[in-house]
Structures are given as C-alpha cells and as structure tokens.
Design a protein around this ligand. Structure first.
Ligand code: ATP
Ligand code: MG
Length: 467
C-alpha cells in the first residue's frame, strides 16, 4: 500500500496537517532514496559517494513523524560549522511545514508540537549531553566522523520510545573514509562486492540496513553538474574510490605514510595477539598532541624484534593519570618499565599540570626513569618508522586504535591544486602517529644502552617493589 512510498506519505502528511507542503510533494526520491525512506530497519546507513542524495533524503525522513505532538528527533554532526550547513538546508524544507527555528544549536518546533533538536560534538560533554532523553529518531550526518563505536553507542542510549505509535529509528549518512571508517564498515558488515545493492541483516534482534548511493544514482545532480562528476573522477585514486565510486575497501596509496606497510604486517601475521612477557625490557614513549592529547605506546624488546604491546590515549588529564596507567600496566603484567621517553617539549611547563614543574620534572618525581626522544625533522622520523616497522609485531586488541591511526596517517590534501602536499595532515590520526615516530627515534638509544642498564634496572626494580 501507498504508505511505504515516501513521497506519498509526505503528501498525506502535508494534506492533513499543512497547506504549504509543496516542496515535498514535488520532490521525487531517487530509487536509492526510496529504499532508504521506505525501510523499517532500526539502524540505517545511507552511505556512498559524494552527492548521492543522502542529506536531501535524510531531511525528508523526519517528515513522517512531524504530525505527532510527542515526536522528538535529534540531528547530530561532528562540527558546528557543518551543522549550520545542514540546519540551513533543513530549514528550507521544514519551514514549509510550519517549523519554527529557534536557538543555537537550532531547534525546530512544528505546529503539532513535534520537535527536532540539532547538536554538534564540539564540547567535552557532547557524547553524554543527550543521555536520559528520549529521541524517536536520531540522524547522524557523516557518521564516519565519529571515531569509535563506543562514542556512537553513547549517543544511541537515548534512541527509544515510550509512545506506542512512534517506533525508534536511527539513520546515518556518510561517505567512506574518515576516522570512523573501520568501525562503521564492521558495524554494517560492508564489503564492496557483497553490498553493491545494499545489505540487510539482523543483529541482537534489530535490523541493520546499508543502502549505498552514488552520484550516478542521483541524476538530479549528475545531470545538472557534470563538472562536479568530472572533479570527482579526477581525484587521486584513493579519494576517487571513496568519493566517486563510494568504495569501502582500503586502498593503500602513496599519500598514506605507513598503510602499505601495515597491510604487509597484517598479511605476515605480525598484527596479532602479542603476549606481555615479564622478562623483556619494556619502554613507554609519549607524544603530547593537539589539544593536550597524550598518546603512549608501550613496547618490549625481544631480540631483534620490537613488540608493540599497548597503546593508550587520553586528553586533558594531568601527567599523574598517565603515570598511574604505567603503574597499573606494570602491576597487571608483572613487568618493570625501564625508561619513559618524553618528546623534546617535555621540558616545557604544561597547562594541565602544575605550572611550576616541567613534564620531565613531574615524571621524575612520579618515580620514573625519564629520557627524551631525539628532536629531528618530521620526514626523518617518518623514515625511521618505515624502517622500524619491519621489525615490529603489534598487539591487535590493545593497539587497535593505534593501528587504525598508523594506517590512516596521511599527507594533507590541497583542494585547490587537487593533489597531496608533502606535509602530514593534522587530524585524529596524527597524534598516534607522532608518538609512534618518537618510538622509532628512541629505539637506537634503547638498543645501545640496554646491556649496561641491566644493573640499573635491577636497582630500579628493587626500588619500585618497595614502593
Ligand atoms: N530527489 C532529489 N530531487 C532533487 N534534487 C535532489 C534529490 N536528491 C538530491 N538532490 C540534490 O542533489 C544534490 C546532492 O544531494 P545531497 O547533498 O543530498 O547529497 P549527499 O549524498 O548528501 O552528498 P555528500 O556526500 O556530498 O554529503 C543536492 O543539491 C540535492 O538538493
Ligand atoms: Mg550530505
């Protein structure tokens, strides 16, 4: 019956509740948009190339429920600026249905009493701000901008309904790529070959649907703007695959500094479960990244092999927090950390910690044997990583996020010139990658000081056991 054909529903809604529903009654969905809009799946991912018509359809998706006075919807985008773009587009459609836009971030109130809230994730409490609320529909635009599944699940905690005639539903739009690429791909079990026509499956009693939409599926844009299609076709291979073909496969390219090496490691079984052995020399290396994000790599030396056993990251915590992480790691695994390497700026007084001490002084006070990673140009550090990586095995669980970051670490893209620059992109992946660079640079010192240090280590061990 007609109820599953989206624009007919909209027509019904507009006839019944509003007079000015012109936009939607003349808006005809593409086939892919119809598939998405008519689905009753609980978790829908509308994901493909640029310009596939995802956002346009997502705006209409809310219209099913705006007649319901109790309906509460939520739209999330990672960045405030991108949210503003969405709000402007949504307002053009929703205002025709009588929605009034107020506040910042915007809130849309419909004549029935239905409300759609919008929000971005730029604040510290962003992921918990919605807890305890009830939203019947949540839209996350550009889902792969959310780096981890855990953060996504925090937001999902408020997708629920106490209204019998409002069934909770989640919709995400996204292009492949971005920090959350891997978890999103796993969550919807996406492979390019299997998912050419989409994918639907049950998980934990709920249905997940993946609908791929490419620019070629959206003739409205493809015909109106052939230049844009050409721009997408002319992109470098990896971006072309993601933005034009809508491919979810990982293509290792020259612009990713370590990706092909990580792929090789995986093929050689060197990304695996790595035991933490008490008898091996153990080190920790730090980087202090953007907005005081700290990334710690823990590694052990086993003959000529470097075992990367743990990667820990957090932000805006005092140094003691990281020191505690090290002590816990020691106790849990019955090991002794021989030395902690700070970056050269460890000599600078930090804002997070007590301003009177440098990070170096603080770390020494906390009981650690501290050294500095050499300060050399980034390109030399990158070469050092490329060399070292052939000698590494990495724990696939404890270093999962770190491995993702090493794979993603890439050159900056110059949109004007349509090519990659020769400098790294500063994004979610670069802090982990910078810290790993310091690991590679500190490695020679580890190898040359080891033997003579054994007596010192034993002393340290004795000292710490007494603590
Ligand atoms: N059914 C439709 N009828 C008319 N125009 C449409 C339709 N669907 C999409 N468009 C237009 O096509 C263009 C691209 O659509 P939209 O922005 O929704 O794509 P997208 O998949 O969200 O793109 P991106 O991946 O860049 O975010 C927009 O100008 C939009 O208004
Ligand atoms: Mg979009």
């Amino acid at each position: 019956m007609s109820a599953i054909i989206p624009f007919e529903i909209h027509e019904e809604v507009s006839r019944k509740y509003f007079d000015k529903g012109k936009d939607v009654t003349t808006w005809t969905p593409t086939n892919k948009q119809t598939t998405m809009l008519s689905s009753t799946a609980s978790y829908i991912l509308f994901g493909g190339s640029r310009g596939g018509g995802k956002t346009d359809a997502a705006i209409r998706w809310f219209l099913y429920d705006i007649h319901h006075e109790k309906f509460r919807g939520l739209v999330i985008r990672r960045n405030a600026k991108d949210l503003t773009d969405f709000v402007d587009r949504a307002n053009q459609v929703w205002s025709k249905f009588g929605a009034k836009k107020t506040g910042n971030p915007a809130k849309f109130t419909f004549p029935s009493g239905a409300i759609i809230y919008t929000g971005h994730l730029g604040t510290d409490d962003a992921y918990t701000a919605y807890q305890g609320h009830e939203y019947h529909k949540i839209l996350i635009e550009e889902l792969t901008h959310i780096p981890t599944q855990e953060l996504f699940e925090k937001l999902m905690g408020s997708l629920r309904s106490t209204e019998p005639d409002l069934t909770p539903q989640f919709l995400a739009t996204t292009n492949p790529g971005g920090p959350g690429h891997e978890w999103v791909k796993e969550y919807w079990k996406i492979t390019d070959i299997e998912c050419e026509n989409g994918k639907k499956f049950e998980e934990g009693g709920l249905t997940r649907l993946f609908v791929p939409a490419n620019i070629e599926d959206n003739r409205h844009l493809a015909d109106a703007d052939p230049q844009y299609v050409q721009f997408l076709k002319n992109l470098p291979p990896d971006l072309r695959a993601k933005w034009y073909e809508g491919s979810w496969e990982d293509i290792d390219t020259e612009n990713q500094y370590y990706a092909s090496r990580i792929t090789r490691m995986k093929a050689q079984g060197r990304i695996t479960k790595v035991p933490i052995e008490p008898s091996l020399r153990t080190f920790v290396v730090y980087d202090i990244g953007l907005k005081d994000k700290m990334v710690l790599w823990y590694f052990q030396i086993h003959g000529r092999e470097v075992r990367i056993v743990n990667c820990y990251a957090n932000r805006n915590k005092p140094l003691k927090h990281y020191s505690d992480n090290q002590y816990t790691f020691q106790t849990d695994n019955d090991i002794i950390i021989e030395k902690v390497f700070l970056p050269h700026d460890g000599n600078v007084r930090s804002v997070v910690d007590d301003n009177l001490q440098t990070r170096y002084e603080k770390m020494v006070e906390l009981g650690w044997n501290v050294g500095f990673s050499p300060n050399v140009p980034i390109s030399d550090g990158i070469d050092a990583v490329r060399e070292l990586i052939g000698h590494c095995v990495i724990d696939e669980i404890r270093c999962k996020e770190g491995i993702r970051a090493l794979r993603a670490y890439q050159k900056e893209f110059d949109e004007k010139m349509n090519r990659y620059k020769n400098t790294p992109l500063h994004d979610w992946a670069s802090d982990n990658a910078d810290s790993f660079r310091y690991l590679a640079l500190s490695f020679p010192e580890v190898m040359t000081t080891g033997i003579s240090n054994i007596a010192q280590m034993q002393k340290n061990l004795f000292k710490r056991r007494k603590k």
